[in-house]
Write a protein that binds this ligand. Structure first.
Ligand code: ADP
Ligand code: MG
Length: 156
């Protein structure tokens, strides 16, 4: 069960977790990643990209400066980073909400900066740093659909 969160003890385990999410993602999916700087949000997004078969040449970096990067894969990956946003209005002004309903997977770092705009149908994960390389994944929002899809990954 999920109570204490998922313990990922090594970077390799985090990468395997991310890849698994990328493999099961389908068009219109939204995954939100929150947690302090260095928690592993970008690292998980990179692994999700591998699971989505984004070509190695399209290296996934943190889009902090451009807020949105789009990558080709089995389905497109829309990687957003709201770190620099101050409020929801900016997300609305930039038209990012449209992406949530397009044909790719949206992954949002620092999603809580625009919490009010997030679609109800999403998977939200909060990452905390444990001892050393350990990371704990807390599932903070999960719908029926996501529960069915992630049952093997999240050990629900
Ligand atoms: P964020 O995007 O949340 O700011 P990053 O993914 O950029 O975080 O950075 C996480 C850092 O922690 C990376 O340098 C990564 O190599 C390191 N790290 C060490 N162990 C882990 C782990 N188990 N999971 C994720 N990242 C890890
Ligand atoms: Mg990051």
């Amino acid at each position: 069960m999920f109570e204490g969160g998922i313990r990922l003890v090594t970077l390799r385990e985090t990468e395997e977790f991310g890849r698994a999410l990328g493999r099961i993602a389908s068009p219109g999916d939204v995954i939100c990643l929150d947690g302090e700087l260095g928690a592993g949000k970008t690292t998980i997004t990179q692994a999700i990209a591998k699971g989505l078969e984004v070509p190695e040449a399209c290296y996934v970096t943190s889009p902090s400066f451009s807020i949105l990067h789009e990558y080709p894969g089995r389905i497109p990956l829309y990687h957003m980073d709201f770190y620099r946003l101050t409020d929801c209005a900016e997300v609305e002004d930039l038209g990012f909400e449209e992406y949530f309903y397009m044909s790719g997977l949206t992954v949002i770092e620092w999603s809580q900066k625009a919490a009010a705009l997030l679609p109800a149908e999403r998977l939200s994960l909060f990452i905390t740093i444990g001892v050393g390389d350990e990371r704990i994944i807390h599932c903070t929002h999960l719908t029926e659909g996501w529960m069915r899809k992630t049952i093997n990954i999240l050990n629900l």
